[in-house]
Design a protein around this ligand. Structure first.
Ligand code: ADP
Ligand code: ASP
Ligand code: MG
Length: 468
């Protein structure tokens, strides 16, 4: 059994849908037990979110425009690929229905003047609820029996809106109960990526780019033989090909390497995608919808060539570095614990903690969007120490990037760190902080955002990753 996930660009326009249909056709000829997971058409999730935000700010025109734009966008595809008038009309009604709901939601957001995370999840998940029925209808035009399935029925999550976590036991039951009868009946389920629902049926999302994760969750629940992530590049590259044009495809990666790459910003895979696959040892293939004969990248437990090699360079942008400092901190117990408790209390994710040779400062990196809440929480939690001047300052520095060098068994290989810092030194790039090297698979460092792309290019060149 295979699970095939198609990303936003893979369903970005009519020709792309046709291409996806050919890939599904080819796949079911090899393995009729196939499940499809789809993202929203490219740009749709962004448009939905922008409309909801504008509504909250009192702009009632934006969502009306977006409604029209999305209706046209989906109808154009239906118009080009679905010749059967009845099928096209049924789809048109479904689009209308979903978009009326979108408009009503935005109206209430505008009346309340507030956009909650819960409200945003309902709105942002609508794109997949448009694309999945459209893709199922396109597949049917090729005589592939297909049925759209709303993941809100089968992926049960907690209520961590915006990046909900699946409750795997109940999800497994629901996925199997809903999808296996279809598969056994020769029908290809076309499941909405990105979305889920709580046990009470409240809509959630798995986080931006979360359709990859949806596919891995479903693959794990069905004990699939493989999960295929179909995207717009030939697999996972040695660096983001948009930043390093000479980057090349990595034919194989281990789960650990892929997880590190995804965690540190390689957008091609959602960071949580690997988790369900590891448990069941399911290989993940990353493939190019627009170059389907390219073998892409295979992500497996153990790769053939192991040992002491740098595989890829990634970067995460839009971060803030928080520094808590003061000479009076020396010897005062519990400051670090309370610092990180305060960070955790606002639900912020610490991407990196930097080593400091003295006890005079604590320094860590978080997403910029979390910085105001984290700084508030820290000022509250440490107000005593600030008053008594045990702590002199709590500061946030924006415009930070983390650059990560990912590979295997790097700790045991001398010279890797020296080469990384040598390459940056030569380029005059200032390294603000270095991460504690706990993981064998990663060396990461903090730099100014403006230096991020150049740092990635320089390290990529130093390790000659373009040469393979
Ligand atoms: P999809 O819509 O198919 O989910 P995404 O845009 O989420 O696609 O991810 C694919 C993009 O990820 C590529 O177009 C590429 O620019 C970017 N990317 C970043 N880092 C890497 C990498 N190391 N290898 C491949 N692609 C990468
Ligand atoms: N459509 C969602 C997003 O844009 C999920 C995805 O594409 O994976 O984030
Ligand atoms: Mg993606």
């Amino acid at each position: 059994m295979r699970v095939l996930k198609f990303g936003g660009t893979s369903v970005g326009h009519a020709e792309a849908f046709a291409q996806v249909a050919s890939i599904v056709e080819r796949t079911i000829a090899e393995d009729p037990q196939t499940v499809v997971v789809t993202s929203a058409m490219s740009g749709v999730t962004n448009a939905l979110i922008a409309a909801a935000r504008a509504a909250a700010a009192g702009d009632e025109q934006k969502y009306r425009d977006v409604r029209t734009e999305l209706l046209v966008k989906h109808q154009v595809v239906a118009g080009q690929l679905i010749s059967d008038g009845v099928a096209r009309a049924a789809l048109g009604r479904l689009f209308e229905e979903r978009l009326v709901m979108f408009e009503r939601l935005c109206q209430s957001i505008a009346i309340l003047g507030e956009l909650t995370k819960r409200g945003l999840d309902v709105v942002s998940g609508l794109g997949e609820r448009l694309s999945a029925p459209l893709l199922a209808a396109v597949l049917r035009t090729r005589n592939i029996p297909a049925e759209a399935v709303d993941a809100g029925e089968i992926i049960v999550t907690d209520d961590h809106f915006g990046s909900a976590n699946p409750l795997m036991d109940i999800t497994r039951e629901r996925v199997r109960a809903r999808l296996l009868p279809l598969i056994e009946g020769g029908i290809v389920p076309v499941v909405t990526g990105f979305v889920g629902a709580t046990q009470d049926g409240i809509a959630t999302t798995l986080g931006r780019g979360g359709s990859d994760y949806s596919a891995a969750i479903i693959g794990s629940c069905l004990d699939a033989d493989r999960v295929e992530i179909w995207t717009d590049v030939d697999g996972v590259f040695t660096a983001d090909p948009r930043i390093v044009p000479e980057a090349r495809t990595l034919p194989q990666l281990s789960y650990t390497e892929a997880a590190e790459l995804a965690y540190f910003g390689a957008k091609v895979l959602h960071p949580k995608t690997i988790l369900p696959a590891i448990e069941k040892d399911i290989p993940i293939h990353v493939l190019n919808t627009f170059n389907p004969d390219h073998p892409g990248t295979r992500i497996v437990r153990q790769t053939d060539n192991q040992g002491g090699s740098v595989k890829a360079i990634t970067a995460i942008k839009d971060l803030t570095m928080i520094t808590v400092e003061g000479r009076g901190m020396i010897g005062v117990p519990g400051i670090a614990a309370r610092t990180f408790q305060a960070v955790a209390s606002v639900g912020a994710n610490v991407l990196m903690i930097s080593q400091s040779s003295s006890e005079q400062n604590i320094c860590f990196v978080i997403p910029k969007a979390d910085a105001p809440r984290v700084l508030n929480a820290l000022h509250e939690a440490l107000s005593h120490e600030l008053e008594r001047q045990h702590i002199d300052s709590i500061q946030g520095q924006d415009g930070i990037v983390i650059v990560a060098v990912v590979g295997s068994a790097m700790k045991g290989t001398p010279g890797i760190a020296a080469k990384v810092f040598g390459a940056l030194g030569e380029a005059g790039i200032n390294v603000i902080a270095i991460a504690q090297g706990a993981s064998e698979a990663n060396i990461s460092l903090v730099a100014a955002q403006g230096d991020g792309d150049e740092a990635v290019r320089r390290i990529h060149a130093a390790f000659e990753l373009d040469k393979g």
